[in-house]
Design a protein around this ligand. Sequence first.
Ligand code: ATP
Ligand code: MG
Length: 211
Amino acid sequence: MQGKLRLGIMGGTFDPIHMGHLIMAEAVRDEFGLDRVLFIPAAHPPHKQGRWDLAGAEHRYRMTELAVRSNPYFDISDMELHRKEPSYSVVTIDRLRESYGQDAEFYFITGADAINELFTWYHAEELLEKCCFIAANRQGTELDMELLRSHFGELAEKRIHQLVTPAVEISSTDIRQRIHRGRSITYRVPAAVEEYIDKEGLYREPDDDEP
Ligand code: ATP
Ligand code: MG
């Protein structure tokens, strides 16, 4: 391969994956000239508790696979899916480094809402030394550079980039609630994912965090 591999990394629970994830990943890929974007469904997100894995890991993986297969730049990895211990991003990056080698450049793609809480992440500073972050604005959440600078200093400027993506006010939580209430999710998830959810009867039970 010529030059350095620029790899985008989309971590998430994808419970289920939706158009917000896909639009953001494609916008970042295009804007930052990434070679590929790797979707990595998480096994046990450290930030989520309770009945977080509503569809089950296998279902979440299959739906993500269906969602990414029409984009030649998108791939999926099961490297986190069956891990017993929480999938900390810094551990994920180390494992990706082992498979992709020293020259690869890693770009973590997340919503700005998640980045503003980066200082609460496990070994956040070490993580910033090892990869870049690209924060997509989401539901009016802007990147709080002042806050990030107060925690990470210069590293924040160097490693955290922002991208204004087309605003897509979709969340997995909302999709689960819509299904439970018998409302339409058409166009909010890829057609193949909607068919899969239907066929498997997913998300018909209410969420714990539903108001
Ligand atoms: P939930 O509602 O269950 O929390 P979610 O929609 O937030 O689900 P996650 O799997 O938690 O989806 O998100 C994975 C990543 O995608 C996170 O970095 C999150 O900020 C980002 N993300 C999710 N939805 C959007 C969206 N509509 N626009 C931009 N970023 C998004
Ligand atoms: Mg979320």
